[in-house]
Design a protein around this ligand. Structure first.
Ligand SMILES: [Zn+2]
Ligand SMILES: [Zn+2]
Length: 268
């Protein structure tokens, strides 16, 4: 397992004891990056043995609290633990002002460099980060505030073709993302509601499980991983059933679960 994601939080806006707010560590052959940083992300990193100081690249989808409120605490703890290495943060515009205001009013001093890369483009897909192991692209989603999905591409090793992983949350159903997620090996997609709440999903600019599965099927992805599960669903069987009726190669993320980006997903 050398390209996989560790889910730190698979819940939606309201955290529960079993599903924390959004956050996950993607590991690409040893390069580790954090996608989203909801409240309690730093504790979840410890619970699931993900070394906090080993993360230098943080990408936030958007600045709603359930994806962002863990960042000030994480950066502060990195400082308290003696960090000297810089951190690069990719997020919609506003993140720098929000973070610097919090640090100022709380009298916090951060003893390492924090580089903010604010995203503000509204169409297309842009390469936002690259190293010798991976490329990370961002593309706009459709939500109530500026929001980006991320595509993580493994650089080829030996004869193997690069695998790709896409993370899309939060978003209304939109086929505008199909060109960006076309054929990815694993799609991690928000699935906040069941069909019974389709009108609520439309109103709040979220997806149902069936909508996520429809996008997965249309994009011909390898596997679908549902996340951002509303706290109202204690047993998410209904979400899984509704998604699998549309796209059978679906599972539901669990906090602490590790999901590999397979070259050739097994299809029973
Ligand atoms: Zn959210
Ligand atoms: Zn949101």
């Amino acid at each position: 397992m050398n390209f996989y994601t560790t889910i730190l939080g698979s819940g939606a806006a309201l955290p529960t004891v079993t599903r924390h707010c959004s956050g996950q560590v993607v590991n690409v052959n040893g390069f580790r990056m954090l996608l989203d940083c909801g409240e309690n992300t730093q504790t979840q990193l410890r619970v699931y043995h993900q070394k906090m100081q080993g993360v230098s690249t943080i990408c936030l989808t958007h600045l709603h609290g359930d994806h962002f409120f863990g960042l000030p605490g994480l950066v502060s703890s990195m400082h308290l633990c003696g960090r000297t290495q810089p951190v690069d943060i990719y997020a919609p515009a506003g993140v720098k002002q929000a973070m610097e205001t919090l640090m100022l009013v709380s009298g916090s001093h951060i003893g390492f460099e924090v580089n903010y890369h604010e995203l503000s483009f509204t169409e297309g897909m842009e390469l936002v980060y690259e190293n010798n192991l991976a490329r990370v692209y961002a593309f706009p989603l459709v939500h109530s505030v500026p929001t980006y999905g991320y595509l993580v591409e493994e650089k080829p090793r030996g004869k193997n073709a690069p695998r790709r992983y896409a993370y899309c949350t939060d978003t209304a159903y939109t086929e505008s993302i199909l060109p960006y997620i076309e054929g990815v090996n694993l799609l991690c997609m928000e699935s906040t509601f069941t069909n019974a709440f389709a009108s609520v999903a439309a109103e709040k600019l979220h997806c149902t499980a069936a909508m996520a599965a429809t996008l997965a099927r249309k994009a011909n992805v390898g596997q679908l991983l549902l996340t951002h599960i509303s706290a109202r669903f204690k047993e998410p069987d209904e979400l899984l059933k509704e998604a699998q009726e549309v796209f059978p190669y679906t599972e539901i993320a669990a906090d602490g679960g590790q999901y590999e980006v397979h070259y050739h997903p097994e299809r029973m």
